[in-house]
Design a protein around this ligand. Structure first.
Ligand code: PCA
Length: 217
């Protein structure tokens, strides 16, 4: 029997003042799971610009995934944020885990200014909301390592036939949010359920739905 096409699902190491990263805590639960005719391979990326780029390049060679979904923590966000766009800039407000703090540097010299997600973001949003999970389309993945990895995933996918990519930011875990007044959170089981639903849609849908999910700010 031939192996099913792979979904590369990535999470990040903890960064800043955190000692856990909800993205890896959720993503690793799905390692080896069959979803929509694919199989999920969960991998950990370092929260560091250069190191994550090297690791991603080697994972592409090793796994030849059909779908790439990056997942990262966005502390302060209250919903799963399905990212629409990744931009060609690194502008780090804090040093990464290797101590690098690039400012106004391109992710890929001579790359396009931005890439749009090639996953069906509206269909994913619709499925998440239908399952009772708080989600939104986000129009910025920031300018730190998550945007960097999202851009690289889309850049690598763009030069390969039939490879699609996207990125989802997730809130703090409850134990992280408990340290700050009014910080929103989502528990790991809900994040895992949401990622399975989003991946099922991504794996089985080509075209996207069309309904408004924009913002005024
Ligand atoms: N979040 C950071 C990098 C790693 C992560 O989980 C970000 O949003 O850029």
């Amino acid at each position: 029997m031939s192996t099913p096409p792979r979904i590369l699902l990535t999470g990040f190491t903890p960064f800043g003042n955190e000692d856990v990263n909800p993205s890896w805590e959720a993503v690793r639960v799905l390692d080896g799971t069959p979803i929509g005719g694919h199989v999920v391979v969960a991998r950990l990326l370092p929260t560091a610009f250069a190191e994550s780029q090297r690791e991603l390049a080697s994972l592409m060679d090793e796994l030849e995934p059909a779908i790439l979904l990056g997942v990262g923590q966005a502390g302060g966000r209250s919903r799963l944020s399905i990212e629409r766009v990744a931009i060609n800039v690194q502008d780090a407000r804090i040093p990464d885990n290797a101590g690098a703090q690039p400012i106004d540097v391109a992710v890929v010299a001579d790359g396009p200014a931005a890439y749009f997600s090639t996953l069906p973001i509206k269909a994913m949003l619709k499925a998440l909301l239908a399952a009772g999970l708080p989600a939104e389309v986000s129009n910025t993945a920031g300018t730190f390592v998550c945007n960097h990895v999202a851009y690289l995933m889309l850049h690598l996918a763009a030069s390969r036939r039939d490879v699609r990519a996207g990125f989802i930011h997730i809130p703090y875990l409850p134990e992280q949010a408990a340290r700050f007044p009014n910080a929103p959170s989502m528990n790991r089981d809900d994040v895992v359920r949401a990622l399975s639903i989003a991946l099922e849609v991504a794996a089985t849908r080509r075209g996207d739905d069309h309904f408004g999910a924009g913002t005024l700010d």
